[in-house]
Design a protein around this ligand. Structure first.
Ligand SMILES: [Zn+2]
Ligand SMILES: [Zn+2]
Length: 180
């Protein structure tokens, strides 16, 4: 199981977002977080007709950057999608050990404090997938599926007991502060 997360950014990612994500991962899951710098998403990954990037090749890009044995996390200032969906807030590819988060839509219709909170929730959610969790039917659980920013706002940043227990069995101890 991953103990280290290499945290990449792309484009303009606010300093308080970087700080909150890194500190939340350390506190919630006891992970070591290494700020790994900025990476450039190549223009070929832009679908110009939609003005959105393709999320799956971006995950492969992060996989190519990250160290073996570390999970890779990318927070990117772009809008992205996977074929069949209008957009994604994030995409995890567990077999690559990669989680990606896209900020453009998370910034909409809210204040700064709640925006940062949304990013933290989506990072915990996508890394939860990387660690082997599936979507959860408990509405407050951070592993519940969100189709809109309002659904992101409605869930908490914490894991339900069942998801926390699963993570514990996988070797990731969830701190009490991040269990509902
Ligand atoms: Zn999900
Ligand atoms: Zn859950």
């Amino acid at each position: 199981m991953y103990r280290l997360v290499e945290f990449y950014t792309s484009g303009y990612v606010e300093a308080d977002v970087v700080e909150s994500v890194a500190s939340s991962l350390r506190r919630a899951l006891g992970l070591e977080v290494r700020l790994a710098g900025s990476l450039t998403i190549p223009d070929e990954l832009l679908d110009s007709s939609r003005r959105q990037y393709l999320a799956e090749p971006i995950a492969r890009l992060v996989f190519n950057y990250k160290s073996e044995g570390a999970a890779g996390l990318l927070v990117a200032d772009v809008d992205a999608y996977v074929p069949g969906l209008n957009f994604v807030f994030g995409l995890a590819v567990p077999r690559l050990g990669v989680a990606t988060i896209y900020l453009r839509r998370l910034r909409l219709w809210t204040d700064r404090t709640n925006y940062v909170e949304r990013v933290v929730k989506e990072v915990l959610h996508e890394l939860g997938h990387v660690f082997g969790l599936r979507h959860c039917g408990t509405r407050d659980c951070v592993m519940s599926f969100s189709n809109s920013v309002f659904e992101v706002d409605r869930k908490s940043r914490a894991f339900c007991r069942s998801c926390a227990l699963k993570l514990g069995k996988l070797g990731i101890e969830v701190s009490a502060e991040f269990v509902i």
